[in-house]
Design a binder for this molecule. Structure first.
Ligand code: ZN
Length: 467
C-alpha cells in the first residue's frame, strides 16, 4: 500500500492530500462517524479523480467519497485502510444559464453557497435542508437528498439534468446535458443518484433551477387530532392552487423540546396541542397570495381542522418559525439517541406511531420519542432515547421502530439512505429480487468492489430476511 500512497501523493502534490492529525481534524468536522483513513485525497479536477481511481483500481484499493460529512447513516465511513476522497477543492459554480434555467456546479460546492449564488440570478435551486451550510451538491446527488420542499419540487433526483461521474476504473462518464426531455436510451445518471458513492464518484452536476417566487406566506398552526392532519394538507393544497411549498409536522413532545429552555425559541402558539404544522406557500403576487393564504386558513378553522394559528407578518417572524423547525440539534438534550428516517402511507401513520410508541413504552418505560417530519411526503423522523447507546439498546429500539413499519410496507429510509446503519434492515423494504439486481449492477460497474464497499448491502447474498 505504501507504494500506492507515494504514487497518489506524487500525483496530487502537497495540497492534494491530508494525513495524520489533519485527517483527524477533517474527520471530526462533520456530524457522523467517518473513520480515520490513512489518507484523505483532495483532487482539484475531474482528471485527477480519474487518475486516482485508475491507480486504486489497479491496486485493488478501496475509496470512500467524502462530501460535507453531514450524512446520518454512516455512508461516508472509511473502514480498515480505506482511503477517503474529498471533493472539497472542486467547489466552483461553473455556469448559471438563466435562459435554460440550469446551473453547472462542481460536486464539492456547498449547497447554501450555490443557493445564494443562484438567487442573484432571480432563480432558485429548490433543494433545502437543515445541513445546507455544510452539505455539498455532490453529496446531495449521491444520497438523493430530500428536505423541506419535496412536497412542491421533489427530491434531488428531480433537479438533476446532467451528471459527470468517475467510475471505479477511472473512466469519466460525462452526460452534462441541460435538456429536461432526453429519452435517448437508458437514463444512466439515475443509477448514480442515491447510490451513496457505491457505483461512481460524482464530480459535476447540471441542476434544474426554478423561477424565484415573489411571494412567501408562512403560518404555524395547531391541530387537535391526527386524522385532521391529512385533511388539513388536502384543504391547503386545494386552496393554494399549486403554491403549497412546505407542510412540516411536529408532534407535541418535539415542539415542547424546541420551545422550552434551554432551547432559545419562544412558542408561536400554545404548547397544549398534540400536533403542530409549519405551512408555507410561495407564489407570484404577495398581496393576492397573502389574501388567498389567509382565506385558506380561515376555511381550515371553520372546518375544525386547526385550533390555533399564527401568521408570520415579517421576514423575521418567518425566520423564527423556520428556526424552530430547523433546530433539530435540540434532540441532543436526550442524548444518547437513535435517529430514524422512515416513510409509510399517511393513512397508516397514526396506527403505526401508536404501535411504535406502545412497543417503546413496554420495552423502555423511561424512553423519549421525538417525532416530526414531512407529512406530505409520508416521511417521519423519529428520534428515540433510552439512556443507553449499547448495541443491544440500538437493536431493541430498532425492533420497536422497524417491526411495525415492516408490517405496513413502509421504507426504512425515506431520505437519509442506508449506509452501514440501515443495512441490516434493507430487506424489510426491498425484495430479494431487488437486492440481487442491486448487487448485479454493483458488480458490473465496480467488479473489484473498491467504491465505498460494504455500504447499502453486504457483499454476500442474503440468507434470511434480516442480514
Ligand atoms: Zn427530513
Amino acid at each position: 500500500m505504501s507504494a500506492l500512497i507515494d504514487q497518489l501523493k506524487d500525483l496530487l502534490g502537497p495540497t492534494g492530500y491530508l494525513e495524520g492529525a489533519d485527517v483527524e481534524a477533517k474527520a471530526s468536522s462533520g456530524w457522523s462517524h467517518v473513520g480515520n483513513p490513512p489518507l484523505v485525497l483532495r483532487p482539484a479536477t475531474t482528471n485527477e479523480v480519474s487518475q486516482i481511481m485508475k491507480l486504486c483500481h489497479e491496486a485493488g484499493q478501496s475509496v470512500v467519497a467524502w462530501g460535507g460529512l453531514t450524512g446520518l447513516v454512516e455512508s461516508a465511513r472509511a473502514v480498515e485502510g480505506e482511503l477517503a476522497l474529498s471533493l472539497e477543492r472542486m467547489h466552483a459554480i461553473e455556469e448559471v444559464d438563466e435562459l435554460a434555467g440550469t446551473a453547472t456546479v462542481q460536486a464539492g460546492a456547498v449547497l447554501q453557497t450555490v443557493q445564494e449564488e443562484i438567487e442573484k440570478h432571480g432563480l432558485i435551486l429548490p433543494l433545502d435542508l437543515g445541513a445546507r451550510g455544510s452539505a455539498t451538491i455532490g453529496g446531495n446527488v449521491a444520497t438523493n437528498a430530500g428536505g423541506n420542499r419535496v412536497i412542491r419540487y421533489g427530491m434531488m433526483r428531480d433537479m438533476v439534468l446532467g451528471l459527470e461521474v468517475v467510475l471505479a476504473d477511472g473512466t469519466v462518464l460525462s452526460s452534462l446535458g441541460k435538456m429536461i426531455k432526453d429519452n435517448a436510451g437508458y437514463d444512466l445518471k439515475q443509477l448514480f443518484i442515491g447510490s451513496e458513492g457505491t457505483l461512481g464518484i460524482v464530480t459535476r452536476v447540471v441542476v434544474r433551477l426554478r423561477r424565484k417566487p415573489d411571494s412567501q406566506d408562512t403560518a404555524f398552526v395547531a391541530v387537535d387530532s391526527f386524522d385532521k392532519l391529512p385533511k388539513l394538507l388536502d384543504l391547503m393544497d386545494r386552496r393554494l392552487a399549486g403554491t403549497l411549498s412546505a407542510f412540516e409536522c411536529l408532534w407535541q413532545d418535539f415542539y415542547k423540546l424546541l420551545t422550552n429552555e434551554p432551547a432559545p425559541h419562544t412558542p408561536p402558539v400554545e404548547q397544549d396541542y398534540p400536533y403542530y404544522v409549519l405551512i408555507e406557500a410561495m407564489g407570484a403576487n404577495q398581496q393576492k397570495d397573502s389574501e388567498r393564504f389567509e382565506l385558506a386558513l380561515e376555511d381550515a378553522f371553520e372546518a375544525g381542522l386547526i385550533v390555533d394559528a399564527v401568521l408570520a407578518k415579517s421576514q423575521s417572524e418567518r425566520d423564527k418559525m423556520w428556526a424552530i423547525r430547523d433546530d433539530v440539534g435540540q434532540v441532543a438534550q436526550n442524548w444518547p439517541i437513535f435517529t430514524f428516517d422512515i416513510s409509510l402511507p399517511v393513512k397508516d401513520m397514526e396506527a403505526y406511531v401508536t404501535e411504535m410508541k406502545d412497543r417503546l413504552s413496554s420495552a423502555y418505560p423511561e424512553h423519549t420519542a421525538m417525532i416530526f417530519g414531512h407529512l406530505g411526503d409520508g416521511n417521519l423522523h423519529v428520534i428515540a432515547g433510552v439512556g443507553d447507546d449499547s448495541k443491544d439498546a440500538r437493536r431493541g429500539v430498532e425492533a420497536c421502530v422497524y417491526e411495525p413499519l415492516r408490517a405496513r410496507g413502509g421504507s426504512v429510509s425515506a431520505e437519509h439512505g442506508v449506509g452501514l446503519e440501515k443495512l441490516p434492515y434493507l430487506a424489510y423494504t426491498r425484495t430479494p429480487e431487488e437486492i440481487t439486481l442491486m448487487r448485479t449492477l454493483k458488480n458490473a460497474l465496480d467488479p473489484k468492489g473498491i467504491l465505498n464497499p460494504g455500504k447499502i448491502f453486504s457483499a454476500q447474498p442474503l440468507r434470511s430476511a434480516a442480514e
